[in-house]
Write a protein that binds this ligand. Structure first.
Ligand SMILES: [Zn+2]
Length: 115
């Protein structure tokens, strides 16, 4: 007679793909300038750290220790000094010597006459 073949379909496994979007590469940490309190990215602000009581620029943000961020702008440095914001941000008892950072900012802004 006739043999009824039962078509048993295979189990259709649908691939449960995860949505691949929202790359995290474009995430930029926002820093706050201790002078004007304006916000900016790492490329807008320069990191400064205190080494033995002297404030030094840390353009590559590689030095260890507590750092503060500042616009490379003499006005922001003046504001930070006047407000004692650097001492506060860096947990210092006295205001640090900012000569080196001022020189760095002056060099960047080109406000120093060529020596
Ligand atoms: Zn600023």
């Amino acid at each position: 007679m006739s043999v009824g073949s039962d078509p048993s379909g295979g189990v259709d496994s649908s691939a449960a793909g995860r949505p691949v979007d929202a790359p995290t590469a474009a995430r930029t940490p926002v820093r706050t300038c201790v002078g004007c309190r304006g916000k900016g990215g790492r490329s807008d602000l320069v990191r400064v750290v205190v080494v033995e009581g002297v404030l030094v620029p840390d353009p590559r943000a590689r030095l260890a220790g507590r750092g503060a961020w500042l616009h490379p702008d003499p006005a922001c440095l003046d504001l930070a000094v006047r407000r004692r914001a650097l001492a506060r941000a860096l947990r210092l008892d006295t205001a640090p010597d900012v000569t080196a950072v001022r020189a760095e900012i002056d060099r960047r802004t080109g406000s120093l006459p060529p020596a």
